[in-house]
Design a protein around this ligand. Structure first.
Ligand SMILES: [Fe+2]
Length: 292
């Protein structure tokens, strides 16, 4: 079958169908999906009952999977395979987490606008998130288009930011949320990464306004001035006209390009279960990505 695409937003995001994600992908299908990602940046697949192994196999068609912050926190995880990131409010015994658990803190950090792993180098390329259990309301995921955000900047701001770089730090979101109890060993395990505020997306050659909540400094700027400016740029990038909100259904698989979008989870009732599984691979030379 061939890949079919139906736009879900005027600027980006398409519903994709015509490919069975439970089966190994052909090189042609990988090429077509990469081309669609270059255009739409977010693809929504419906009714994909992926096992853990199938999600890993599908994701690995595009690049070697990364474990992200697990290398810092080293918690015992509910899912056996470390390449699967447990986006849930469920503990090792299958019970809901305590309201103040560290895992819930990670979920709250995910409710701030971010690009997965922008605090690492290399940073994330695609993430794939598969829904297994969803709450009766809330818990949507929003995406914003950083290409459209860049295009819409006034000319003077484009000029001002063209040679600026920001430092992205993993623990910044945690500190913002009131959690700064990290050991020196943990801090050393995840040093910040520096990225230009404007980057060319390699697949589409479009300019991207690369901001997000991990960006906590602008190189060579005073901290306070940088934070206000970064906050202004983030506010610009996340205007409703650049945002698509995904309302999850069980069996959905949503994949996004972290190099051209930001995303955030939305609030939901923590007394209800929410279980999704994420896979992510980094922007590394061995990734199976199509340049334009
Ligand atoms: Fe994320």
């Amino acid at each position: 079958m061939t890949l079919k695409l139906e736009p879900l937003h005027p600027l980006f995001v398409a519903q994709a169908s015509g490919v069975d994600l439970t089966q190994p992908l052909s090189q042609e299908e990988i090429k077509d999906i990469n081309a669609a990602m270059n255009t739409y940046a977010v693809l929504v697949w419906k009714n994909q009952p992926l096992s853990q192994a199938q999600q890993i196999a599908f994701s690995e068609s595009f690049g070697p999977l990364d474990i992200g912050l697990k290398r810092v926190f080293k918690r015992k995880e509910r899912l056996d395979d470390e390449r699967l990131i447990d986006i849930s409010n469920v503990d090792l015994n299958g019970e809901l987490h305590r309201r103040d658990s560290p895992k819930n803190l990670s979920s709250f950090a995910n409710q701030l606008w971010h690009s997965d792993s922008s605090f690492m180098s290399p940073k994330a390329a695609y993430s794939m998130l598969h829904a297994l259990v969803i709450p009766s309301e809330g818990g949507n995921t929003e995406f914003c288009d950083l290409r459209a955000a860049y295009d819409a900047l006034p000319a003077n701001l484009k000029q001002e930011i063209k040679d600026l770089s920001a430092e992205h730090y993993a623990l910044h979101t945690r500190i913002v949320l009131g959690d700064d109890a990290y050991t020196d060993e943990q801090k050393k395990a995840i040093p910040p990464a520096v990225w230009p505020l404007v980057m060319k997306h390699p697949g589409s050659q479009r300019s991207v306004l690369f901001v997000g909540v991990h960006a906590h400094k602008i190189i060579d700027w005073p901290i306070a001035e940088a934070r206000i400016f970064l906050s202004d740029l983030l506010e610009h990038a996340t205007q409703r006209r650049f945002v698509y909100e995904h309302q999850w259904e069980v069996g959905d698989m949503v994949m996004w390009d972290n190099r051209s979008t930001l995303h955030r989870g939305r609030r939901y009732d923590l007394n209800q279960r929410r279980e999704l599984r994420r896979t992510t691979f980094n922007d590394v030379p061995e990734a199976n990505l199509a340049a334009a």
